[in-house]
Ligand binder design. Structure first.
Ligand code: SF4
Length: 289
């Protein structure tokens, strides 16, 4: 028979939970047993049973914190074909539990953010822009030079190409929402590092939870890997519908990649056409379907 944690362990755990709560993270995974396979290798069914979700207690009820098994319905499995498991529901659903949460509140919490080292060389925090009730959200990797200067995502050359892609889908940029995994420009446009992504991700997850879009389009491997919690190359799942906590997720190539590899444009257009079909969008007259 298993005995519970000692009082000292409980106290230590409570202290850690308070620390992470201060960072805006309110929910954590707890592995029940040594894994037989990595999350990427596990089947969605396995993923729904080998993890439990432990939430931080409400203030004043800390010593009643319990591990709560995730319900199978809380974990929307990826398509069996790619065998990906979307990031567990904990962080995402934690956003739902932030009472009175809103994009304005999240933006306010990020003001002057120094939570990760990317703050050191940024000019502006690039929070996100667009319709707060959008059906369609685009998620990129992080701000570049122009975005850093203007504080707006996707305004450089890649942004102009994204605007063309959005327009070709029959919607305006104002009708969608655009955000990035990290809100501050990585020096020399390098790929955001794991600790930077992990620190900034809770804010993106809260943005997505507040917007509650029908479709999330991940632009590039960093966004897709971060949201799906996988190291798999985007080529493994690009163009396939995945389920992400109630939203559909489509990963496609980043517009910056298309600028360097224009031959990949037809693949991206094929992905976007799937999104259009799902959302019932029709391209404006004169645009190819
Ligand atoms: S990248 Fe995100 S977590 Fe890091 S300093 Fe900027 S806003 Fe804060």
């Amino acid at each position: 028979m298993r005995s519970g944690p000692s009082p000292a362990s409980k106290e230590k755990l409570k202290s850690w939970l308070r620390y992470y709560e201060d960072l805006g993270i309110q929910t954590f995974y707890r592995d029940r047993a040594p894994r037989q396979a990595s999350p990427q290798q596990a089947s969605p069914q396995q993923a729904s049973t080998d993890k439990s979700v432990m939430t931080t207690p409400e203030k004043g009820t800390a010593d009643t914190a319990v591990a709560k098994p995730a319900q199978p319905s809380q974990i929307r499995a990826a398509t069996p074909k790619v065998n990906l498991v979307a990031r567990g529901p904990s962080l995402f659903e934690a956003a739902d539990r932030v009472e009175g949460d809103s994009l304005e509140r999240i933006c306010g919490e990020l003001a002057g953010c120094t939570r990760c080292k990317l703050h050191r060389r940024r000019t502006n925090i690039v929070f996100g822009v667009g319709n707060p009730h959008a059906d369609l959200v685009f998620v990129g990797e992080g701000p570049g030079h122009d975005e850093d200067l203007q504080g707006i995502p996707f305004v450089g050359r890649a942004g102009q190409l994204l605007n063309q892609m959005i327009s070709a889908m029959g919607v305006s940029r104002d009708a969608v929402y655009i955000a990035n995994v990290v809100k501050c420009r990585p020096p020399e446009n390098r790929t955001p590092e794991k600790d930077e992504i992990a620190t900034c991700m809770p804010f993106l997850l809260r943005q997505l939870s507040n917007i509650n879009p029908k479709v999330i389009v991940c632009l590039g491997s960093v966004a897709a890997q971060a949201l799906l919690n996988t190291n798999k190359s985007i080529s493994h799942f690009r163009g396939q519908w995945l389920d992400f906590h109630g939203s559909k997720l489509m990963a496609t190539y980043h517009p910056a990649y298309l600028l360097r590899n224009p031959h990949a444009k037809p693949e991206v257009w094929a992905d976007l056409k799937k999104v259009m079909a799902f959302l019932g969008l029709t391209p404006p007259k004169g645009k190819r379907a």
